[in-house]
Design a protein around this ligand. Structure first.
Ligand SMILES: *Cc1c(COP(=O)(O)O)cnc(C)c1O
Length: 364
């Protein structure tokens, strides 16, 4: 039973469609590793994982060990990959739970090797190459080669990440990655997986797909590509229902500090979502919800748990009527891209914020 009217609805059919479309785009030779960090960008990692696996995910990628462990507890056999840094002291947990780990120093290799030896296991790792982003990774060939020589580890892959500055910089990063891979291969190292593309670059640069792609936003139907094209569907809808209606007379205020005052006799709907649900507080004066296909502007300041909308122009509006907060853009709803533009942020942040409080409902 869902205990609130404010819910994040996830369309698993859209998610399946997006995975299928990505696999068709990259072809059979390229593995797809959907990124489900930050609780699957707010959609719920445990909830979306089975659909992604059923539709050909080679790995499920997360940012942290804590995220990996949530999935490991729910899915003992799922192939899991940590894109981020795991502190040396926690590497035994990684090995014990058969999680593939990103590493980039010989010291980490030694630590994970020792952990593997202690468990009588082999640790699976991917090398992270810094090609300019300067977030994680190294461009030191000797260091990367030393990692490959470490016992008890299987260096299954090598990867890097693009800063997406412009085409020229992207090409430079790609060329640098390729030359480091070549140098290691010349020394006899073989990598099963080489990867550098996220959602945008996987669509825009077919040449950069190598043997694996790492789409996040694209899997959820958030489009950011420029040169290429893929038909993905937004998988998330954020919706609620009207808690109460108020008749407000011309000149009366609404909300904290009466920052909004009625210019006409109005009907104001109270809605049970606020900034603690992940809705940007700066959407005041810009945001709207859609009720019966009509855009209803938010009025007054957004509260932590509630907000108010002007529903004067909605015929026959009633308490408990559905209000779409973020829709697919159809039927006058605000899609994630519009929300991002209005809030002055990117699409990923809009959905990732939703991880805060609202329950998730999965539709299949
Ligand atoms: C988050 C992340 C991705 C996915 O990014 P999108 O832009 O959502 O596709 C891919 N690779 C790495 C290393 C990441 O951290």
């Amino acid at each position: 039973m869902t205990l609130r009217d404010t819910v994040i609805e996830i369309d698993l059919k859209a998610l399946a469609h997006n995975m299928d479309a990505i696999r068709a785009m990259v072809g059979k030779e390229v593995a797809v590793m959907p990124v489900i960090k930050a609780n699957a960008y707010g959609l719920g990692a445990v909830g979306v994982a089975p659909t992604l696996i059923a539709h050909g995910a080679r790995y499920l990628a997360v940012a942290t060990l804590s995220e990996a462990m949530e999935l490991r507890t729910a899915y003992p056999d799922a192939p899991l990959f940590i894109l981020g840094h795991t502190p040396d002291r926690l590497l035994p947990v990684v090995v014990k739970n058969s999680i593939t780990q990103t590493i980039f120093t010989a010291a980490q290799a030694k630590a994970i090797s020792d952990a593997a030896a202690g468990l009588g296991a082999k640790a699976k790792v991917h090398l992270k190459v810094d090609t300019g982003f300067h977030r994680l990774g190294t461009d030191n060939i000797e260091e990367l080669f030393a990692i490959c020589q470490t016992p008890n580890i299987d260096v299954e892959g090598i990867f890097s990440h693009l800063a997406l500055v412009n085409e020229e910089e992207d090409e430079k990063q790609f060329a640098m990655f390729q030359s480091i891979v070549k140098e290691l291969e010349a020394r006899g190292i073989r990598f099963k997986y080489k990867h550098i593309t996220d959602s945008i670059s996987a669509v825009d640069y077919p040449r950069f797909r190598l043997s694996m792609v790492r789409p996040g936003a694209l899997v959820y139907g958030l489009r950011g590509f420029h040169k290429g094209y893929i038909d993905v569907k937004q998988a998330v809808t954020f919706k609620t229902r009207i808690s109460q209606l108020h008749k407000v007379k011309t000149g009366e205020g609404v909300g904290y500090d009466y920052l909004w005052r009625a210019q006409r006799d109005s009907i104001i709907a109270t809605l049970p979502f606020g900034y603690a649900d992940g809705y940007p507080r700066n959407m005041r004066d810009k945001g709207y919800v859609t009720i019966h296909g009509i855009k209803c502007p938010l009025v007054g300041v957004l509260c932590m748990d509630q907000c108010m909308a002007d529903v004067t122009d909605v015929p026959n509006v009633k308490e408990a009527d559905e209000a779409i907060i973020y829709g697919t853009g159809e039927n006058n709803t605000m899609d994630i891209a519009e929300a991002a533009a209005l809030a002055g942020t990117n699409k990923n942040e809009i959905v990732a914020r939703l991880m805060a409080r609202p329950p998730r409902v999965y539709m299949s």
